[in-house]
Design a protein. Structure first.
Length: 117
């Protein structure tokens, strides 16, 4: 089974996007194999941008990834965050949250989630 989410946000001269995906399978003999991947990018025409990805092995047969990206120019900003979790042979879950804002307007927010068992 495989699954994942991704998303992007943009406002003014800023943009940010992240993605996370994972997979797990069980062989006929009962052995499991899992994989996980994530990434992100951000850009700002005249401001600051940063992105980062971390991965770790959780408790038991669990893989976690965390991808973040954000960019800002003054009060205008865009950000994206994706968390993905793979439990070997059981499930793949992922959630992406994005947000962008221009001063004087209402922030734009979005959440996308998936869980495959």
């Amino acid at each position: 089974m495989t699954g994942g989410t991704g998303g992007s946000a943009a406002a003014g001269g800023t943009s940010a996007s992240t993605v996370g995906t994972g997979g797990t399978s069980t062989s006929a003999t009962g052995q499991t194999g899992s994989s996980i991947a994530a990434g992100g990018s951000a850009a700002a025409a005249n401001g600051k941008a940063q992105s980062g990805t971390s991965m770790n092995k959780g408790h038991g047969p669990v893989l976690n990834s965390n991808a973040r990206a954000q960019a800002h120019e003054g009060g205008t900003f865009s950000r994206s965050h994706t968390r993905t979790k793979v439990k070997a042979g059981e499930e793949v879950g992922s959630t992406t949250k994005t947000m962008s804002h221009v001063p004087g307007s209402k922030p734009s927010m979005s959440t996308t989630s998936t869980n495959v068992r």
